[in-house]
Design a protein around this ligand. Structure first.
Ligand SMILES: Cc1cc2nc3c(=O)[nH]c(=O)nc-3n(C[C@H](O)[C@H](O)[C@H](O)COP(=O)(O)OP(=O)(O)OC[C@H]3O[C@@H](n4cnc5c(N)ncnc54)[C@H](O)[C@@H]3O)c2cc1C
Length: 403
């Protein structure tokens, strides 16, 4: 009898065990999960769960019965402290657990604001775990002043949720424009207007100097020397991969746990998937923080543990909901040479198509699911498309898929 041990009970860990069982893996599976919750989805934490539109039960990826029915030993509230790759054992709550295959799905951690900038004051929140939202929710009170530090997806989604609950929200983004890391200037510009028209005070090229307060934050000093009165502060300044466990075990780690295209680490019977990994992409390695990556990479690992010899090859996709606007992204736009704008059919819908030379590399579709769907399939099937066709809203993009 073999045993697969999974460390981490997030989207990646759950996708892995679900795939193993649905593919007929019959031996032992143990999941070691630091959080006390059944595996749950994180995207609603900064969206409908934060606004109260989604019940807690709807966050869980599978009901409790799934684990018993599938003979998965779920160790909740248990942290893996150490891996010994030489004896194929891990240490959990002081006890040794042995494995034949170990899969690390440890996710990522928010970058913390250091104490000398006020990071240890009360009233400051991160948006990562269910526990973060449980402590934040009572602070969401009409008329209060919230500062959101960081204009990435999580900061902006949280800002939109707080505005919908009647708070006064200021967003500061130290870079020139919001969401700079993942989208082009056109998409940033659309969302800048969206936030401002919904009442957010959005400052780009402005950072946080420090938070001020006696135990609890009361003011924020910004890099433009503005001083704001604040009741709560949300810090969304990025995440770091949770790779310390792997590093301490001597596995290759560089901005995440290094895996090959099969999802295997530098130790053949240790695998990794999801936010914690850095994997081959073209000539280099990348890290992605998305549900798609967590699911697809885990399913590749599950197949490979069962002997499939598959490569993790995919077109990345991602979404964000802010106010009543949905942005869907397919592909990676980094390294684009040109962006083509395509007006949508409905009001407020538009898509931006990223070209590198003559090649389509990504699409941002705003309130435009059809462009997203067609763009994703063009990318998956490697179908070429003329810029003139993309720019012409009358041209039927779907017909390109029938070529
Ligand atoms: C607020 C928020 C909104 C998001 N919105 C979107 C979205 O709209 N679209 C999208 O595609 N993606 C979104 N994401 C990203 C997406 O949720 C992540 O990419 C995904 O959750 C990654 O899954 P994972 O399993 O790799 O990591 P995680 O979900 O972080 O799970 C890792 C788990 O491992 C546990 N763990 C870590 N170390 C140990 C240890 N030593 N022992 C035991 N357990 C351990 C952690 O406690 C955690 O529960 C969002 C993320 C957040 C936080």
């Amino acid at each position: 009898m073999e045993k697969i041990v999974v460390v981490g009970g997030g989207q990646a860990g759950l996708s892995l065990v679900a795939k193993l069982r649905s593919s007929g893996y019959q031996d032992e599976i143990t999941m070691v999960c630091e959080e006390p919750e059944l595996p749950y989805q994180r995207p609603p934490l900064s969206k409908k769960y934060l606004t109260g539109e989604l019940e807690k039960d709807r966050l869980y990826l599978r009901p409790k019965s799934f684990y018993a029915e599938n003979n998965i030993d779920l160790m909740l509230g248990c942290r893996c402290e150490e891996i010994d790759p030489y004896t194929s054992k891990i240490k959990v709550n002081g006890k040794k657990v042995s494995y034949n295959h170990l899969v690390l799905t440890t996710g990522s951690h928010p970058v913390k604001l250091p104490p000398n900038l006020g990071g240890d004051l009360g009233g400051l929140y991160y948006i990562r775990d269910l526990a973060d939202i449980t402590s934040l929710k009572p602070e969401i009170v009409v008329g209060r002043n919230a500062l959101v530090v960081g204009g990435g997806f999580i900061g902006l989604e949280t800002a939109s949720a707080l505005i919908s609950k009647g708070l006064h929200v200021t967003i500061v983004e130290a870079a020139d424009r919001i969401m700079q890391r993942v989208v082009g200037p056109e998409t940033s510009s659309y969302f800048r207007n969206l936030h401002r028209s919904n009442g957010a005070r959005l400052l780009e090229g402005v950072g946080l100097k420090r938070l001020i307060g006696n135990r609890r934050v009361s003011k924020a000093l910004l890099s433009n020397d503005d001083e704001l009165d604040v009741d709560i502060v949300i810090v969304g300044i990025g995440v770091r991969p949770a790779d310390a466990l792997a590093k301490n075990a001597g596995l290759d780690v560089a901005n995440g746990i290094r895996v090959n295209q099969k999802g295997q680490t530098s130790q053949p019977n240790i695998w990794a998937s999801g936010d914690c990994t850095s994997f081959p992409w073209g000539d280099s390695y990348i890290r992605l923080e998305s549900v798609q990556n967590a699911i697809d990479q885990s399913e590749t690992v599950a197949a490979n543990i069962m002997g499939a010899d598959e490569n993790y090859e995919f077109v990345p996709w991602f979404w964000t909901d802010q106010y009543d606007t949905k942005l869907q992204i397919s592909g990676l736009g980094a390294g684009y040479t040109n962006i083509i704008t395509r007006a949508g059919i409905k009001e407020n819908s538009v898509s931006y198509w990223y070209m590198r030379g003559d090649d389509l590399i990504a699409v941002d579709a705003i309130n435009d699911p059809r462009s997203y769907m067609v763009g994703k399939r063009l990318l998956e099937q490697g179908i070429g498309v003329e810029p003139e066709t993309l720019a012409n809203p009358q041209a039927d993009l779907k017909s390109l898929l029938r070529q």
